[in-house]
Unconditional design. Sequence first.
Length: 403
Amino acid sequence: MALKSLTLATTLASAAAGLTRVPMLKRDDAEFVTSRRASLMHAKALAASAGASDSGGSITVNNFENAQYYGEISLGTPAQTFEVIFDTGSANLWIPSSDCVSTNCVGKPKYDSSKSSTYVANDTVFDIEYGSGSCTGYLSNDLLTWGGIELEGQTFSQITNASGMGVAFVVGKFDGILGLAFNEIAVCDYPYVMDCVPTPFSRMISNGLVDEGKFAFYLGGLQPCFPECMDGYAGELTLGGTDPDHYVGELNYVPLTSASYWQIEIDSFAVDGTDFSTADSRQAIVDSGTSMLVGPTAAIADIATALGAHEISATGEYVVGCNADLPTIDITIGGIEYSIDANNLVLPDGPICILLMLGMDLHPEGIDWILGDVFMRQYYTVFDYENEQIGFATATNSSSSKA
């Protein structure tokens, strides 16, 4: 499914005061598998051929080959539209510039400041380091329209070299990133300076454009369904509040352990009663920009073994028979157990199924686990910016809500 052929013209502010709804589209599952595998193989090839390098102080953030959900924003007057990942794992807004010179910008829509009457130059250097290289450009200011709300003078980054995104940017159906983490990890300049660019959502709060300083994600299921289901979109981001129609039961909140990423402490990460976390490996971030469940490499390998999965050495993926009777994964947070059903843990790829888990050793960054879309599909997730907490409830599209 090519998202570029679709429209988000229905992206309008909700009639309910203070609640803004942003529809999101979802990539076709088969396309997602193909692009993710290409990205993994590219990353492995780069890792094998490259030695250790000094990032020069630039911050390392997640790659986006695993991202599946996108929505529309526009910049400038008249509006220039872009499909972006709404990413709780980063805090910068960036879009390719008309000056982008890297080959992976070819075919992407690009922001052209000369065509906007509301553009204001900034020109501060922007540099972010990814696993396969850096993305560089410069800051600019212009009108951002998001969910029908206008934010004048929003600072964002025009990317002039996106090579650091590698093949993920070529095969991905996104044009840029809109970060929803905290201002503290927004970066600019080189060597980088942190907390230098207010995020769009923090400005919505300070400008009094939302009734509540929180936003929430409701994600569609794994099956390709556009446009036959979910009213023409595969999910919804609400800004300024929550939508009770998207969850059942009560929202259970847990405090953040760090208001930089959306970071919390988990109690356990278990399969069949065996906890694969340890006392010093229980820090997790909830990240809408990652589709997988991510954990320490050794722990994920052990979990895969417990699930009867096998690793494909060329890509690092784990696969399992699609008819396998998989147990649930039980993640306990704040004393409450959140079970991930087998149908949310795997994605069919021909005669086999891919286990939607990935091993990464992030402990040096103070992070052990990433709860991505695999978790967020099953549990409606509320990001409470003002109170520095996250809330979870069973999503109405979850099999658990129909039990």
